[in-house]
Write a protein that binds this ligand. Sequence first.
Ligand code: ZN
Ligand code: ZN
Length: 126
Amino acid sequence: MGIICPACSRNSLTITSKIELPPNERSDEVTLQLIECNKCGFQGIAVYEESRRGKINSDTFSHRGYKVSSELLNKLKEIVDQCPDPNNSKCRCKAHRYFINLYRAGKWGWLEEQSKHKPFEITYQV
Ligand SMILES: [Zn+2]
Ligand SMILES: [Zn+2]
């Protein structure tokens, strides 16, 4: 099972690194993922957010991808790699604090600015 690549339309987009972030104003679960297509070389970032604040059985989530430059991707990968415990949203290492500050500063607007493209929906295909 892979994620559909927005560049080549194959299901060859994979998550290469991820970091769990603490809840924010609208989501209980926030995960930042670095994504890469192993067929065409597309690189980007995905943000998974899940909210359980609605009524019972009304979980809502969003999973969006953003195309970014390889420069930015490499920089973010370096930061994610510094975290000793990326699956722990309570971790407060330097890497976690970096991402927490970013989304406090303006949610994920910085990503949309960086990518200069509209986000795309993450879709899985077997
Ligand atoms: Zn591709
Ligand atoms: Zn950390």
